[in-house]
Design a protein around this ligand. Structure first.
Ligand SMILES: NC(=O)c1ccc[n+]([C@@H]2O[C@H](COP(=O)([O-])OP(=O)(O)OC[C@H]3O[C@@H](n4cnc5c(N)ncnc54)[C@H](OP(=O)(O)O)[C@@H]3O)[C@@H](O)[C@H]2O)c1
Length: 268
């Protein structure tokens, strides 16, 4: 199947939609991009002024339709969306919790896909999960991976049965990392460091550890062991964090709770 362009259409010009469209524009995407946004931001308007997008044009069948509105808006704009979907339209939803079968039923096409981005995608450092039906074309998967690269790394296609667990790691994961920085800073402050200093130390340490982890060929467990001398200071701290019932088992419990909630919200 030929690469589905031109006719790329984006519905929703909020944070995710803008991160995607901004990336497509930056990478010199050739085809015209239609953007539907009822209250476009200054950024979205500036793209229109520069001739990079067509803002709220007359509805026309999209070759690729990217839906980046909140899930609760989706049922309210179904009629508008259906006017954009033709027999060959490839639909990509970044809406959390709306299943492939629901997308297919409501939009009247089987050519649907889901992506689950995360917030670091807003600065191009995201981890986006791509999920397609089992019988999807390889070309569609490759094209959608490319389309999602403005957000950062892309994993998949994953089966939809893996999506809840994967979401509990990379979708929710930024919050776990922010919590880590938050509680590290609070612990430093509790032990006498000025609040701002404690926060700077925690933020840079989480960021630096992440950068080292991505540069290194070693897994995180080895990197952890590398900073843990027997009988040393780090070892004293890790003995607390890794004792029975502490961080490793708490993380499993947290991930289980996230999976359960994701399944409830998806109606599984
Ligand atoms: N942000 C994340 O990290 C993240 C992570 C995973 C998944 N997602 C998913 O990404 C989707 C978008 O999230 P977001 O963070 O970008 O939300 P957002 O910033 O609130 O953007 C949603 C956009 O949809 C627009 N919208 C509302 N009604 C519309 C309509 N009838 N036609 C076209 N656009 C309409 C809103 O416009 P107005 O402001 O004018 O109402 C808003 O700009 C959500 O479904 C969310 O589940 C986001």
């Amino acid at each position: 199947m030929a690469r589905p362009e031109p006719g790329l259409t984006l519905v929703g010009g909020g944070r995710m939609g803008s991160a995607l469209a901004g990336g497509w524009i930056k990478s010199g995407y050739e085809g015209p991009i239609a953007v539907f946004a009822p209250r476009p931001s200054d950024l979205v308007r500036s793209w229109e002024n520069d001739g990079k997008i067509r803002l709220n044009p007359d509805s026309a069948t999209a070759s690729t339709l990217v839906i980046a509105v909140k899930p609760q808006i989706f049922p309210k704009i179904l009629d508008e969306l259906r006017t954009l979907v033709g027999p060959n339209t490839l639909v990509l939803s970044v809406m959390a919790g709306i299943t492939l079968s629901s997308l297919a039923d409501k939009l009247g096409t089987k050519r649907v896909a889901r992506a689950m981005p995360n917030t670091p995608g807003l600065v191009g450092e995201g981890m986006t999960l791509l999920c397609l039906p089992e019988d999807a074309e390889d070309d569609d998967a490759a094209y959608l991976r490319e389309l999602l690269t403005p957000l950062g790394a892309v994993e998949g296609p994953l089966g939809e049965n893996q999506l809840s667990a994967a979401t509990a790691i990379s979708g929710c994961g930024p919050a776990y990392a922010f919590l880590l920085a938050e509680v590290m800073a609070a612990a430093g402050e509790a032990r006498g460091l000025p609040r701002d200093l404690a926060l700077r130390l925690a933020q840079k340490t989480v960021q630096g550890a992440g950068a080292l982890m991505m540069e290194s060929e070693d897994p995180p467990s080895t990197l952890r062991e590398n900073v843990t001398s027997p009988g040393g200071v780090t070892k004293a701290a890790l003995d607390v964090l890794m004792r029975e019932g502490a961080m490793p088992s708490l993380m499993k419990e947290a991930v289980d709770a996230a999976i359960k909630r994701d399944r409830e919200l998806s109606g599984d």
